[in-house]
Design a protein around this ligand. Structure first.
Ligand code: ZN
Length: 167
């Protein structure tokens, strides 16, 4: 396992449409392990493959999420159904130090495949629905900042050492 560098907004890789995973190779498994490690290290609740994508390789439709319940791996996720509405603060590991208000459905039903390419369904409400839809957007080259109402806000990082106060 290895930490990967998280690509940041402005990097064209983040705007690419990712390709379906046809088979889970050892290299795919390495990518998945690295995605979980990178997400936990960065204290995120989700990460999509293009955020740690390697320029010369095909970008894959893979998402990892952990909202605090269970780690979730979604290969080739597809939104089947959404309903309701929630408005709340959202952030992204590719837009460090920022957050914005985004309205999304309050419920999402998603079909995906696990590491053995077995199909499963995941349903989420509130934070999980938000995370599912945010991460799946990444696979089509979209960032949450496109959906933000008003301006992006500065957020105080957990690690104070990394950011000096600007006077
Ligand atoms: Zn994101």
């Amino acid at each position: 396992m290895a930490l990967r560098k998280i690509r940041e907004i402005g990097d064209p890789i983040l705007n690419k449409t990712c390709k379906e995973v046809k088979e889970v190779t050892d290299r795919t498994k390495d990518l998945i392990d690295d995605m979980f490690e990178t997400m936990y290290e960065a204290q995120g609740v989700g990460l999509a493959a293009p955020q740690v994508g390697i320029r010369k390789r095909i970008l894959k439709r893979i998402v990892v999420i952990d909202c605090g319940d269970d780690p979730l791996l979604l290969i080739n996720p597809e939104v089947l159904e959404t309903s309701g509405e929630q408005t709340g603060q959202e952030g992204c590991l590719s837009v460090p130090g920022k957050a914005g208000i985004v309205t999304r459905p309050n419920y999402a039903k998603v079909k995906a495949y696990n590491e053995d390419m077995e199909e499963f369904i995941v349903e989420g409400e509130e934070l999980l629905a938000r995370a599912l839809l945010h991460e799946i957007d990444h696979l089509d080259g979209h960032l949450y900042v496109e959906k933000v109402e008003g301006d992006l806000m500065d957020v105080v990082p957990d690690d104070e050492d990394e950011m000096e106060e600007e006077e």
